[in-house]
Ligand binder design. Structure first.
Ligand code: NAP
Ligand code: HSE
Length: 437
C-alpha cells in the first residue's frame, strides 16, 4: 500500500474529536477506499490539558496552530477551529502557501475568503476542500459539482442550519419555548460558538453563498445574501401556519438569471411557510436538506444530518479520501478565474404570497388601518384572522392579527409595511414570511 496521507488537525472540539474517532473506528475501510492509510501526525487546540475523551499521546502537539502548516510530516492541514478570520484564516493561508492541502468545515471563512483561498490553492497547486462547510454530513457539494456536473442548475433551496431546524421542529412538536430548545441544541453540539450566527440566519447565509457559487458558477458573493433569522417567531406563528397547512422552516434560496447587463444572483435566507406536502416540510430536527433543479436531471433532493460530530466528521474524511486518491477538482467546481461575475437581483421584482403577523392594539379602527394599508399598496388579502385575548379583562394587551396574501409583487408588501411604519396601533415590528412554492 502507498505511503500514508499525513494530516494535522487544528481544533479538537465537536468536529475535531469526531474526526479522530472516525479515523480510529473506520481506518481499515478508509485505507482501502483511499488506496492508502490516513494518519494523524500532529494536532493543536487552545488548551492542551483539556480532557477530550480521546488519547492524543501519539500525535505531535503545536501550541501555535499555524506551526502545523510548516511541519515536514504533514501533507494536509484540517482546520476545525472556526471563525471567518483570526487564527483559522492565518492557518489556511499558511497551509496553502506551503503547498499543503487544506480541508475545512469552516463556512464562515469560506464564505468570506473563499475566492482568495481558491486562488492561493490554484497558485500553489494545493488541494482545497470544504464539503463539511455546507449541510454537515450531506455530500451536497460533491453532488452538485460532480454528480450533477452536466446540468445548468436553475435554483437551489434548502434547510441549511441544523440548530434552527431543531428549534423550529421542537417548538412545533412539543410547544417548547425558543430559549429552552436553543440550550438543548447547544448542548448537543449543533450550534456555532456564537449561536446568534445560527438563529439570525448568518450561518445559513454562509452556506447559501458557497452553494450558489458552486451551483451557478458565479463568484462567491456573501455580502449580497439577504438574511433574516428565526428569533422573532412565536409559537402563535407556528400554530397559525399549522392551521393554514404549513410548517415554518428557515429556508435558503438562490437562483441566477441572465439579462443584457449580465448575471443576476438572488440569494435569500429567511423563515418561510412551507406547504406540508413540500419535500422540505418533513425535514425535522438537526436534519438539513437541499433541493436543486437541474435542467436535465430535474429536481434533486439531498437530505441528511446537517450538524453534529459524526456527520460532520464523515464529510471531512470524505474530502481527505479524495485528496489521498489524487482527486482534486477545483474547489468551486470551475477554475476560480472562470467563475462569472454577478450582480444582486432586485428582490422587489419577485412575485410571492406572504404571511404577515401584526401585534396590534385591540381597539376600533385598527383592522381598518391594516386593511387600508394593504388596499393602498395594492396587496390582495387571501385570509385574515384576529386572535382574541385569552383574558377579556386584560384591557390594553395587544392581540395578534395574521394574514396571508394572494400572489403579488413583493414590492407591494414592502409599500404596505412602509405605510404602517410608526403606526401607534402596532405594538411591535410586523413579521413577514414568504410562502414557499
Ligand atoms: P468547537 O467544538 O467549538 O471546537 C473548536 C476547537 O477549536 C476547540 O478545540 C478549540 O480549542 C479550538 N480553538 C478555538 N479557538 C482557538 C484558537 N484561537 N487557537 C487554537 N485553537 C482554538 O467547534 P466545532 O463545533 O467542532 O466546529 C469547528 C468548525 O466546524 C467550525 O468552523 C464550525 O462552523 C464547523 N462545523 C461545525 C459543525 C458542528 O456540527 N459542530 C458542523 C459543520 C461545520 P479548545 O478545545 O482547547 O478550547
Ligand atoms: N451550527 C451549524 C448548524 C452547524 O446548526 O447547522 C452545522 O454547520
Amino acid at each position: 500500500m502507498a505511503d500514508s496521507l499525513r494530516i494535522a488537525l487544528a481544533g479538537l472540539g465537536t468536529v475535531g474529536v469526531g474526526v479522530i474517532n472516525l479515523l480510529a473506528e473506520n481506518g481499515g475501510v478508509i485505507a482501502g477506499r483511499a488506496g492508502r492509510p490516513i494518519t494523524i501526525t500532529a494536532v493543536s487546540a487552545r488548551d492542551r490539558q483539556k480532557d477530550r475523551g480521546v488519547d492524543l499521546s501519539a500525535y505531535g502537539w503545536e501550541d501555535d496552530m499555524t506551526a502545523l502548516a510548516a511541519r515536514d510530516d504533514v501533507d494536509v492541514v484540517v482546520e476545525l477551529v472556526g471563525g471567518s478570520d483570526g487564527p483559522a484564516l492565518a492557518l489556511a493561508r499558511s497551509a496553502l502557501s506551503c503547498g499543503k492541502g487544506l480541508v475545512t468545515a469552516n463556512k464562515a471563512m469560506v464564505a468570506h475568503h473563499g475566492m482568495e483561498l481558491a486562488k492561493a490553492a490554484a497558485a500553489n497547486d494545493a488541494p482545497l476542500r470544504f464539503e463539511a462547510a455546507v449541510a454537515g454530513g450531506i455530500p451536497v457539494i460533491k453532488g452538485l459539482s460532480e454528480g450533477a456536473a452536466a446540468n445548468k442548475i436553475e435554483q437551489v433551496q434548502g434547510i441549511l442550519n441544523g440548530t434552527c431546524n431543531y428549534i423550529l421542529s421542537q417548538m412545533e412538536s412539543t410547544g417548547a419555548d425558543f430559549g429552552d430548545v436553543l440550550k438543548e441544541a447547544q448542548a448537543l453540539g449543533y450550534a456555532e460558538a456564537d449561536p446568534t450566527f445560527d438563529i439570525e440566519g448568518v450561518d445559513a447565509a454562509h452556506k447559501l453563498a458557497i452553494l450558489a457559487a458552486i451551483a451557478f458558477g458565479t463568484k462567491l458573493d456573501f455580502d449580497a445574501v439577504d438574511s433574516t433569522g428565526i428569533s422573532a417567531i412565536r409559537s402563535a406563528d407556528i400554530s397559525q401556519a399549522d392551521a393554514l397547512g404549513y410548517v415554518i422552516r428557515l429556508i435558503g434560496l438562490a437562483d441566477c438569471s441572465s439579462d443584457d447587463s449580465g448575471n443576476r444572483l438572488f440569494q435569500k435566507v429567511a423563515p418561510c411557510l412551507v406547504p406540508k406536502d413540500h419535500p422540505l416540510a418533513r425535514v425535522d430536527g438537526p436534519t438539513n436538506a437541499v433541493v436543486a433543479d437541474g435542467n436535465f436531471s430535474g429536481r434533486l433532493l439531498f437530505e441528511g444530518a446537517g450538524a453534529g460530530d459524526g456527520p460532520t466528521a464523515s464529510a471531512v474524511v470524505a474530502d481527505l479520501i479524495d485528496i489521498a486518491r489524487g482527486m482534486t477538482p477545483p474547489p468551486f467546481s470551475l477554475p476560480v478565474e472562470q467563475l462569472a461575475q454577478s450582480t444582486p437581483a432586485d428582490p422587489d421584482g419577485r412575485i410571492s404570497s406572504v404571511y404577515m403577523r401584526f401585534l396590534v392594539a385591540d381597539r376600533p379602527g385598527v383592522m381598518a388601518e391594516l386593511t387600508a394599508a394593504m388596499r393602498d399598496a395594492g396587496v390582495s388579502i387571501e385570509s385574515l384572522i384576529q386572535h382574541g385575548r385569552h383574558d377579556e379583562n386584560s384591557g390594553e394587551e395587544p392581540v395578534i392579527v395574521a394574514m396571508v396574501t394572494h400572489e403579488g409583487p413583493e414590492s407591494a408588501v414592502t409599500r404596505a409595511l412602509d405605510l404602517l411604519a410608526g403606526s401607534p396601533a402596532l405594538a411591535e415590528e410586523p413579521l413577514v414570511m414568504r410562502l414557499l412554492g
